[in-house]
Design a protein around this ligand. Structure first.
Ligand code: ACO
Length: 215
């Protein structure tokens, strides 16, 4: 199953929002995706595959020829091109933090359930970290993650070597605490080619329970 990682464009945002709604309780209005892509067009990425049942063309068209609108399938970016993951990033543009070195923020990352544990999130993240540093001059990048999200914590802390800066109490709407995490970015260490054939000496134990969203 070939998976392509490419830069996200404005045409991808409906699918990105759809994936976000499937995978995470933290959801955003479309204009917030637009804000990311239009302001930092090289910072966000999607993972796509063509190894899917080809959707009917009319699933993708807005108009059925008789002047009636047909429903778009939000899983498909184009006929046969399905979104399987995304990472949405931005530069920190908080006017209260202008004294800080330029820095990026990972707003949202997710991979569709049947495509997990294939290295897709790691690749999306490495592309985004490289771009934030190379294109926008980010000296470091930050993110928040739920304390209970063990899969994401393994990804950030072990695979990508983020450090935990602090615990932010009741950061999430349901009252859960967040780890605030940070990684210093160094261009020579970040180049995606360094990781093309990465082999883990030691495999972490799967923790599939942590993928489950609590209703
Ligand atoms: N259990 C333990 N470790 C895991 C797991 C898991 N279930 N999944 C990923 N990891 C860790 C491992 O360290 C893994 O490295 P390894 O396979 O070499 O051991 C590393 O992450 C990379 O794994 P990937 O295959 O790249 O991760 P995947 O593509 O499966 O995506 C993700 C991980 C994004 C966390 C996925 O499980 C997901 O979409 N979850 C729901 C949404 C979510 O939690 N997003 C992050 C929220 S925080 C934020 O958005 C800033």
């Amino acid at each position: 199953m070939p998976v392509t990682i490419r830069r996200a464009t404005i045409d991808d945002i409906i699918c990105m929002q759809n994936a976000n709604l499937h995978n995470l309780p933290e959801n955003y209005m479309l204009k917030y995706y637009m804000y990311h892509i239009l302001s930092w067009p090289e910072g966000s990425f999607v993972a796509t595959t063509t190894d899917v049942d080809e959707p009917q063309m009319d699933q993708l068209s807005l108009e059925d020829g008789k002047g009636q609108e047909t429903k778009l399938d939000p899983n498909y970016l184009a006929p046969g091109e399905k979104l399987v993951g995304y990472v949405l990033t931005k530069m920190n543009d908080d006017p209260d933090q202008q004294d800080q070195a330029p820095n990026g923020h990972v707003t949202s990352l997710s991979v569709m359930r049947t495509y997990r544990r294939m290295g897709i999130a790691e690749k999306l993240m490495r592309q985004a970290l490289f771009a934030l540093n190379e294109v926008y001059g980010a000296q470091f990048v930050s993110l928040h993650v739920r304390q209970s999200n063990r899969a994401a914590l393994h990804l950030y802390a072990d695979t990508l070597e983020f450090e935990v800066l602090s615990v932010e109490k009741s950061y999430y709407q349901d009252g859960e605490d967040a780890y605030a995490m940070k990684k210093i970015l160094k261009l020579d260490e970040l180049h995606p080619k360094n990781f093309a054939n990465r082999k883990m000496a030691e495999k972490l134990e799967d923790d599939f329970e942590s993928d489950l969203l609590v209703a």
